[in-house]
Design a protein around this ligand. Structure first.
Ligand SMILES: Cc1cc2nc3c(=O)[nH]c(=O)nc-3n(C[C@H](O)[C@H](O)[C@H](O)COP(=O)(O)O)c2cc1C
Length: 194
């Protein structure tokens, strides 16, 4: 049997440290880790990832001339076998932080050999009330155009979290959905990389 070290990362697109998005992401990663897969939570809180400026430098080579924190995050995405993108809902939509990452990491990977093709992944979304399904669709579109393989869960990957940090824990079904999503990522990853 081939012994491979598998890695799953979750990227939290909330500007708030230790908030609901990070908590839900960590929960999904714990489910993955239980299956013997290495995990890492990357928070975009406190780091700057600007939006794409459409210079198309990434069409010529694997680079992005915007000088900010994109590259270390992009490098981790490239290395990972599975990627979760997690976002709070901001005005009915994904956060600006995760959107900037999707635009730039997405184009660099796309123009340089479709580098995210075949990775396992999917979204996680937290909101106080409205905009969850729309945001989940936004994130899912990204995974699909990147050629990633997106497993399901026992519900859509959305959870309620109010303005209070940690409040998402009270959404028992939302937490369970994230957990089961993590389990399905691990299951799929093991089948694909066996
Ligand atoms: C600028 C801003 C806009 C928001 N817009 C929405 C929204 O459209 N719908 C919603 O249900 N919650 C909205 N929220 C609430 C967050 O989605 C919610 O508090 C979430 O749990 C925050 O996750 P975090 O703790 O990881 O930051 C908004 C919060 C902020 C700061």
């Amino acid at each position: 049997m081939l012994e491979v070290t598998l890695e799953a990362i979750a990227i939290s697109g909330s500007p708030r440290k230790n908030g609901n998005t990070e908590l839900l992401s960590r929960h999904a990663l714990n489910a993955i880790e239980e299956e013997g897969i290495n995990t890492e939570l990357i928070s975009l809180s406190g780091i700057e990832i600007k939006p794409c400026n459409a210079c198309y430098a990434c069409k010529e080579k694997e680079t992005c001339p915007i000088d900010d924190a994109l590259w270390p995050v992009y490098t981790r995405m490239k290395k990972a076998d599975a990627i979760i993108l997690a976002s709070p809902v901001y005005f009915g939509s994904a956060s600006a932080q995760i959107k900037g990452l999707m635009e730039r990491a997405g184009y660099v990977a796309h123009f340089n050999g479709r580098l995210f093709e075949g990775k396992v992944g999917g979204p996680l979304v937290v909101a106080r009330r409205a905009g969850k399904n729309f945001t989940m669709a936004q994130l899912t579109f990204w995974f699909q155009i990147m050629g990633c393989i997106v497993p399901g869960s026992t519900y859509w990957n959305v959870a309620f979290g109010s303005h209070e940090k940690g409040n998402v824990r009270q959404d028992e079904e939302g937490m369970r959905t994230a957990w089961n999503f993590g389990k399905n990522i691990a299951f799929l990853l093991k089948k694909l990389r066996a």
